[in-house]
Ligand binder design. Structure first.
Ligand SMILES: C[S@@+](CC[C@H](N)C(=O)[O-])C[C@H]1O[C@@H](n2cnc3c(N)ncnc32)[C@H](O)[C@@H]1O
Length: 221
């Protein structure tokens, strides 16, 4: 099982606290809860998905590994209609950061739960949502699959010092990650290209250009 978990999925699994009761929202293949159950790292799990096809895939894989007594399945849009009582860890992975924020926003009470979030896009927007909505980011990981870098965020309810724009873009809790310098270099390269494009444009937005310059300066510190 370990071998079929990609580095991205393995990082998510590693960040789940041992002894958890897990809800995996948008589970699709359900590989993460299956791996966690096989490793005996979790007590039980609920794999959910909003679509029939992925939910069927999850159910088949769970059956195939003989784990139906440990992992349940449920068709659900985010956490709506899911009774989260008794579950302490929620994984929401492989979706856009804005969709993850929307799922959290519609989730109701989330006190005392640990969230493992893996946004494919909109990472800045997810950090902004979390830090502006009484979540504290406690840990971040960076993993690489081929050329692409993936961010995994661990968060829980709490108060944090406000994030600067550079911290929203880059992260604050990932600075000691081995891949942090590569992530920073990739984002800086994109920003420098964006700045150059804006500076060449006919109708220049001076405020936007200055904001990009400020961000680059803060990131280069
Ligand atoms: C790209 S897959 C990611 C699967 C797995 N979590 C991973 O990280 O590899 C995204 C899954 O999220 C499901 N999904 C999308 N929106 C959802 C929502 N609002 N609630 C639950 N599941 C959702 C999709 O049906 C799909 O199976």
């Amino acid at each position: 099982m370990n071998s079929i978990l990609t580095p991205r999925l393995l990082k998510i699994a590693e960040m789940v606290p041992a002894g958890s009761k897990v809800i995996d929202v948008g589970s699709d293949h359900a590989y993460v809860p299956i791996y966690l159950a096989l490793e005996k790292k979790i007590l039980c799990a609920l794999a959910t998905d909003v679509h029939e096809g992925p939910l069927r895939r999850a159910t088949e894989n769970i059956l195939c590994y003989g784990l139906s007594d440990v992992i349940g399945t449920r068709k659900a849009d985010g956490l709506s209609g899911v009774d989260t009582t008794g579950f302490d860890t929620v994984i929401i992975a492989g979706m856009g950061g804005v969709l993850i924020s929307d799922i959290l926003s519609a989730a109701g009470e989330t006190d005392g739960k640990t969230f493992i979030l893996q946004p494919m896009t909109g990472i800045r927007e997810l950090r902004e949502y979390l830090t502006c909505n009484n979540y504290i980011i406690t840990e971040e990981g960076i993993v690489q699959e081929e050329e692409k870098l993936y961010t995994v965020i661990k968060a829980e309810k709490g108060k944090d010092i406000p994030y600067t724009e550079a911290e929203l873009v880059l992260g604050r809790k990932n600075k000691s990650e081995p891949l942090y310098p590569l992530l920073r270099a990739q984002i800086l390269k994109k920003l420098i290209k964006k700045l150059s494009g804006k500076q060449k444009a006919k109708n220049q937005d001076a405020d936007e250009i200055q904001a990009i310059k400020n961000l680059i300066e803060e990131m280069e510190k």
